[in-house]
Design a protein around this ligand. Sequence first.
Ligand code: AMP
Length: 390
Amino acid sequence: MTRLILTLNTGSSSAKFALFEPGATPTDTPVERLRGQVSAIRSDPQLTYRVEGGEAVRTPAPGAGTHKGALAAILDVVNAQFPNAEVPVVGHRIVHGGTRMTGPTRVDAHVRDYLASLTPFAPLHQPHGLSGLEAAIAQFPDAVQFACFDTSFHRGQPFESDAYALPRSYFDKGIRRYGFHGLSYDYIAGEMRRIAPEARRVVIAHLGNGSSMCAVKDGRSVDSTMGFTALDGLVMGTRCGQLDPGVVLYMLEQEGMSAAEVSEVLYKRSGLLGLSGISNDMRVLEASGAAQAREAISVFVARIRREFGALTAVLGGVDAFVFTAGIGENSASIRAQVCEGMDWFGLALDPEKNAAGEGLISAEGSRVGVYAIRTDEEMTIAKAAAAFLD
Ligand code: AMP
């Protein structure tokens, strides 16, 4: 009987899933057999998936209007496509692992309680991962459930990257700079070890609907732009990024806004959408001729350039600069704007390679290697499964 690893990445309205066959040995890369998602879970659930080498399938999934229903729909696909397969392990992406979860962790009752206790730290994200976990435990009661955390990759950061200059008691309570997108950074750091092992100091820009950057030294995170929550750092689709906390005080005290209203502005009505008034989607903004779309992009790019400088200083120099995620992988124009005028520093793009957007895209002779690499968070989870298979 074939044994398959199931990975689950449950968000507020979607559940992404993938099936991998384990490698022959624990260090071999798992082989992807199927990937898909249930989208619009609460409104108009749709199931999309593609079996290795096949055509994409998309069907309405009326029973998938809850996370439990979505998991049942996913189980149906697994059973229909791989009737003779067994799923001994299910790996979950969970946003927050707090201070205790420094790597992939088998989920038992204690771990579930700990993860639930972190909900106040990530109220918009943690509950969805946990509801995916509960649904998977119900659907796959005999499987080992393990979790991979977006925060784990950053837990080894030094104190000066981890702490806010608040009264020390806040640090002790867990008000720290956790950093996120760790599964993506873990994957890219692994790819860089393979493609450019000589690059010891790497800055990675994960530019998607959520965006952040990370300074990686010898494969480990030493600093990142996201902090206590996924609001900090770069300009995002609808999130504000770095902000003077005085602005929040102004909203509360002078504008009489409630905490819920401030949260709505910072998480859902800011970023590219807020600045442009047009869209949170970079493709729409790039296609728009409107001045406000151009201005939103220019703020997005300026923040990335500033953080690139800051993270380079933290690393004491940089050998490689990697672009990844939806915008980083696909927009040659954003990559070009970010790297513009950096020749003085020994960083230059090759325009043709940048337009092609695969792997090394810097010019010959550029001291800093610039790369565009497709990220794969599911693969990070699948690789972690080796430790839980037996
Ligand atoms: P992600 O969150 O990683 O799925 O990335 C979503 C973002 O990537 C959205 O802002 C999309 O507009 C953007 N994106 C995807 N494809 C392209 C493209 N070809 N050019 C520019 N932006 C893109």
